[in-house]
Ligand binder design. Structure first.
Ligand code: HEC
Ligand code: HEC
Length: 202
């Protein structure tokens, strides 16, 4: 079945091949794009994002977005768009997103329950990460259960290599964090232990 969106695209294409006298009509058509068209594009984008951001896919470096606070997700999409947070993929290949898309993405993933996966973690590193997190009071912002709130992300159950990688990015200064920078005294080993600890918090 042809959708409203495809029908609209066909109508616009047909107009483009006609005489210049039809130009005002074409402009009118484009500027009154039916709502169904924009919504379908947003939905298609979301499905594309889910080829990576889906439950069970965090085996690699892909973070789960399910259960992240809405404000945090929106902030990060804006940070990719404004190049405050580096990511070739999100900037060059599958971005930039419109504010409407960003809102839809943030609404969608924040409404899903967090994904609980079991990672193969090292007990000694988990213990070391736990004492470091306590000493540095990470829970004061990320919440006692590390579930996050508003613009502060959930850390409980994050993919361990991803969490460690982000902590290293904060210490290297390629991504900004309110408490972690090159002077926080967090070593490469600490980043790994913190990642292992946070991954298994339930
Ligand atoms: C090819 C796989 C892939 C696709 C497709 C993809 N992402 Fe990502 N996404 C990643 C990876 C890997 C990261 C971690 C980036 C980093 O290292 O900072 C990420 C990070 C993110 C983050 C930050 C998560 C956090 O916890 O801070 C958001 C938000 C995000 N992606 C949204 C999207 C949206 C929206 C789309 C679709 C338009 C999308 N991604 C498509 C792989 C992907
Ligand atoms: C003052 C509040 C505050 C404290 C304390 C804090 N954080 Fe954060 N953290 C944040 C905020 C805000 C962000 C989101 C940064 C951004 O917008 O990119 C964040 C982001 C993160 C992320 C990225 C998560 C993701 O999905 O990409 C990690 C990992 C992290 N913090 C770990 C820690 C650790 C480990 C500690 C303790 C050493 C800590 N944080 C202490 C506020 C805080």
């Amino acid at each position: 079945m042809r959708t409203k969106c495809q029908a609209h695209a066909d109508a616009a294409r047909k107009n483009r091949t006609t005489t210049p006298a039809k130009l005002p009509l074409l402009i009118a058509l484009v500027s009154t794009t039916p709502w169904a068209c924009a919504d379908e594009q947003t939905e298609q984008r979301l499905q594309f994002c889910k080829t990576c951001h889906r439950p069970g896919y965090s085996v690699s470096y892909v973070p789960t977005l399910d259960g992240q606070p809405r404000a945090y997700l929106f902030d990060q999409l804006m940070a990719f768009k404004e190049k405050r947070r580096p990511s070739d993929g999100h900037q060059r290949y599958w971005g930039p997103l419109s504010e409407k898309d960003m809102s839809a993405v943030a609404d969608h993933f924040s409404a899903n329950p967090p994904v609980r996966e079991f990672f193969d973690v090292d007990a000694n590193k988990v213990a070391a990460g736990q004492s470091k997190a306590q000493a540095l009071q990470c829970a004061s912002c990320h919440q006692p259960d590390f579930a996050g709130k508003d613009s502060v992300p959930r850390l409980a159950g994050l993919q361990p290599q991803y969490a460690a990688g982000q902590i290293r990015a904060f210490t290297a200064g390629s991504r900004q964090h309110p408490r972690i920078d090159g002077k926080s005294g967090i070593s490469q080993g600490d980043a790994e232990s913190l990642g292992q600890y946070l991954a298994q918090v339930r």
